[in-house]
Every structure is written in C-alpha cells, then in structure tokens.
Ligand binder design. Structure first.
Ligand code: ZN
Length: 410
C-alpha cells in the first residue's frame, strides 16, 4: 500500500479496536457510553493534528474546523458516524489485511468456511491488486463508518500540512447513533455553520447517494361495537376483522416484499386488535413525491371505503410526517452536487447517482437546511461478518475530498 493508504489504514485499525455499538432500545444520548469514550479519543487526536475549535458536545457529537485561507469560498462540512450497528458483534474487532488481492476466493475465516468470491461479490473483480481488509469472521469490520472517519482525518492532516492549498472553511463532525437513526436529531446546525456538506459513509467506489425515500408513518384507530355474538346480527362491528380487511385490501404490488428500485410501498408494522378496539400501525415510502402523496390518498380512500362497509364501527386514520427525499432539496441548492460531480470527474471516478431505499442522516440534515449528499467510503456488505473494504477505494474518497475543497475555492 502507498503512504496515503497506510495513513488511512493505521487510523482505521486503531479506531475499530474501540467498540462503539449503538443500541436502539436505549433512551440515553448517545445510546451507549462507548461512543463517548471513542469521541473523546478522536477529539484528542483532532487537537493534536491542529484542527481548530475541537469540542465534544453534551450529546457526544465531535465538532472541529479548519479555517479557510481564501475569501468568499463556501464552508464545506464533512461528516462520518462513530457508532456501529447492533445487528452484529462490534467488540474485539480484529481487522485482517489481505495484501494485493489476486482475484478468486477471499477467505475471511477458514475454520468457519467463510469465503467471499467474485461470483457472490462481483465488485471484488474491480479490486485486483488492491489491499483489502476484512474482520476475522467473528465480528463485523466497522468499515461502516470508521473508514469514513479515517479518510476525513487523513484529509484534515493533508490540509493542515499543506498550507499552500487554497480552500474555504472546512467543518468536521463525527456523529453518534446513525444506525439507530436518532443521533442526527441532536446535531447542531447553527454551530456547524456549513453551506453544504457530505457524509462519507457507505458503499463501493463511485456510489453517490443523493436521494432517499419520502417517508411518513400512519396509525389507524378502529373503534368497535361489541355485544353477545349470539345476538350480534346488524349490530356488531368487530375491529379484529375490520383491521385485517384494511390490511389485506392494500394492493399486493405495493408492499416491501414485492417492490424494488424506485417503487414505493406501504409496510404494515403492527396490529393490536380486540373486540372493542384495534390499532394498525405502518409506514409509507416512495421516492417520488407525487406518487407518495397518491399513496396517502389511496390509503385514505381505502379507510373511507371500509368505514362505509362497517357503519357500526368508527375508523380514524392519522398520517405523521417523517422525512422527505433530499433529491428535491439538492435541486434547490445545486452547489453541493455540482462541486461533487466536478470532483469525481477530476478524479476520473465513474459514478452512479443512487436513490437509497431508506432514510439517511444526510436526508434529515438536508431537510433541516444543510444539503448533504453521501459519498462512498469504499466498503461493502456492512452490518455483518462479511463486511470488507478496499484501501484503494478509500484513497479515492480521500482524493475526491481534496478536489472538492480545491474546486469550491475557485
Ligand atoms: Zn454507516
């Protein structure tokens, strides 16, 4: 590996040895104290590098900045998250370096017969000659998202040791509880003061996430009319049956298990039903705002139809606004994508603009007023023991960040 990859790798293996698993059942901020431990460590390292105004706030989010050295350049933010997902063990991570991958099997754990092959993981074919990193098969790797932190830190080191490079203000934040979706709620946009930003999280070389679902949730409350079943004719309204009627009447081709790509769905999450009342909970998802609104109208029409069918019961639908596709925000503030695409072209990266089938931290930040697309960090198969990353890809991410600040300063 070259010098830059070595710097990224050395940081990475230090960072993953600190366990930072988040916990969706916790009510504390951050959800686990280990994130605070890691945050303090990274804040210390940022100070030693010479990053200004380094601070870890009361929630555990770490902020810092590198002042600009040219006038009138936008302030650009770079973010990565400190937690790892709770779905798989993130403790005692032992990264394994597979130097100069030759193609063929990538053995993660011989004893457990855990192997990645180009057949199951075609992107490996793009990594011949790369230095790859996996776990030893007993844990996840933590590339999601400690490689993002490693790239940002190495990029900061570059800027601070190359004062001749012209750039505007660079804002850094390492965030908490991305995997539980709660950390970004504590993010202080006023303190961060960036004009636009990028999360460095996820995916293989060239993957750019610039869109996500529009998402709302809903609750249907059903009030029944109960009596002795022997004399219920023309009187009873049974919420158990009404709830199942509503659920089974939603079109089968608009469900998570029957859709992909940019098709939306309704997911019925939970039903609680007795003879006196029932509650049905669910979520609505679509990339396209018009179709998303139509889904909501369809659900309202379905509820109205069932109300007419069951006049002895009462059915009430409430829709709760959650988040929107950042694609529309990024269109209103085109600079973030313009600068990013110019940087990718300058680095000869063949890139793909992706609409994520989910919500992202960047989506929530975009809707709070900070346009924030996501840049690949060079890992694949996150959230499990088959996670792997390419140091050559992470170096590409590093080069793209350098280009971004240079292009934005012009
Ligand atoms: Zn992530």
């Amino acid at each position: 590996m070259n010098d830059i990859q070595k710097k990224i790798y050395d940081r990475f293996i230090r960072y993953v040895t600190v366990e930072t698993t988040s916990n969706s059942n916790s009510t504390t901020i951050p959800t686990t104290p280990t994130q605070l431990v890691f945050g303090k460590q990274i804040a210390q390292e940022m100070k030693e590098l010479g990053i200004s105004n380094v601070e870890i706030d009361e929630h555990g989010i770490v902020y810092g900045e590198i002042p600009g050295n040219v006038a009138h350049a936008p302030a650009i933010g770079f973010l990565a998250h400190m937690d790892t997902v709770e779905d798989y063990c993130g403790k005692n991570i032992k990264p394994v370096l597979h130097a100069n991958y030759k193609g063929g099997d990538l053995v993660i754990n011989q004893e457990k017969n855990m192997v990645l092959t180009p057949k199951t993981t075609p992107s490996l074919l793009k990594c011949i000659g790369h230095d790859l990193v996996t776990s030893d098969g007993n844990t996840l790797l933590g590339g999601d998202d400690k490689i993002g932190i490693s790239v940002i830190m190495t990029f900061c080191e570059y800027l601070l040791t190359h004062p001749e490079v012209k750039h505007g203000p660079v804002k850094i934040a390492f965030t908490i509880d991305e995997e539980t979706g709660t950390g970004v709620l504590s993010f202080d946009l006023k303190r961060f003061k960036a004009d636009f930003a990028y999360t460095i999280d996820g995916a293989v070389l060239g993957d750019i996430d610039c869109g996500n679902f529009n998402g709302d949730s809903f609750v249907i409350e059903i009030e029944g009319k109960n009596c002795h079943p022997g004399s219920a004719k023309d009187f009873m309204a049974n919420p158990v049956r009404i709830a199942s009627d509503i659920i089974s009447s939603w079109p089968e081709d608009k469900l998570p298990e029957t859709t992909c790509g940019e098709e939306g769905f309704i997911l019925f999450l939970n039903v609680q039903a007795q003879l006196d009342s029932a509650t049905v909970k669910g979520i609505i998802r679509h990339h396209d705002l018009e179709k998303f609104e139509q889904f909501k109208k369809d659900l309202q029409a379905l509820v109205a139809e069932k109300q007419a069918k069951y006049p002895n019961g009462k059915i009430h639908l409430e829709i709760i606004k959650k988040y929107r596709n950042m694609r529309d925000i990024l269109k209103q503030h085109p600079q973030a994508m313009q600068v990013l695409e110019a940087a990718l072209k300058a680095e000869n990266v063949e890139y793909k603009l992706t609409q994520v089938r989910g919500g992202t931290d960047g989506a929530r930040l975009s809707f709070q007023g900070l346009p924030t697309p996501n840049i690949f960090a060079g890992y694949e198969n996150p959230h499990g023991p088959y996670e792997w990353l390419s140091l050559a890809w992470s170096e590409k991410t590093y080069n793209v960040l350098k280009r971004i600040v240079e292009i934005a300063a012009k």
